[in-house]
Ligand binder design. Structure first.
Ligand SMILES: Cc1cc2nc3c(=O)[nH]c(=O)nc-3n(C[C@H](O)[C@H](O)[C@H](O)COP(=O)(O)O)c2cc1C
Length: 181
């Protein structure tokens, strides 16, 4: 099918979602949460319009009638990058009052891939328990926590390490980081 959902939520690190949009193969569907809309231009220098233009389809986070809100609409994987702990908490409790949380809930109930690039530190026990619950439900907790063994020289190299690890989850070929040999 090669159809992917990218949700950018209001954690620091919106560049992760942007780089994913740039590197994902196939059709890219984008949802940006209300808080993320404010963070993107401050952290990355990209305007919201520029980020929207990187996707094939864009839905608003309050559009509960969007295609991805229904389990009958197929997609291969949903990436939430970055993923706030607030969104983690919603996903873990089955709260589906935004398009991002509804689409994540659909992923879990339909047994689809859900990759969460969570960014928060330190983490409370509540956050850790929420993440454990999601991991037990099949989600991948892909913390925004890059390795250093591939010889990164720039912040972009660190970002691309995580983006590459996300692409690994869907079997996409890439050269975003040097693999350990
Ligand atoms: C500049 C900024 C940075 C933030 N960074 C984080 C973060 O790194 N991790 C996190 O869990 N929440 C962070 N927050 C708080 C979330 O944005 C807040 O909990 C929000 O309700 C998340 O909603 P959303 O997941 O629907 O975007 C940040 C907020 C702002 C304004």
């Amino acid at each position: 099918m090669d159809r992917y959902v990218v949700a950018i939520t209001g954690a620091s690190g919106s560049i992760y979602g942007i780089r994913l949009l740039q590197e994902l193969p196939g059709e890219r569907i984008l949802v940006v949460s209300k808080t993320a809309k404010g963070i993107i231009p401050v952290e990355t220098g990209y305007s919201l319009e520029q980020v929207y233009a990187m996707a094939d389809r864009v839905f608003e986070d309050d559009d509960m009638s969007a295609a991805i809100a229904s389990g009958s609409y197929g997609f291969d994987c949903m990436f939430v990058a970055p993923c706030s702990e607030s969104s983690v908490a919603k996903f873990a409790c089955g709260v589906a009052d935004t398009l991002v949380s509804r689409a994540a809930s659909v992923c879990i109930k339909e047994g689809r891939k859900l990759v969460l690039v969570v960014r928060e530190t330190p983490k409370s026990m509540i956050m850790l328990e929420n993440e454990l619950k999601l991991a037990r439900s099949g989600a991948v907790i892909m913390d925004a926590n890059p390795g250093f063994y591939h010889g990164p020289e720039t912040v972009g190299d660190l970002v691309d390490f995580i983006v590459g690890r996300c692409l690994d989850r869907i079997g996409a070929e890439h050269s975003l980081y040097r693999r350990w040999e």
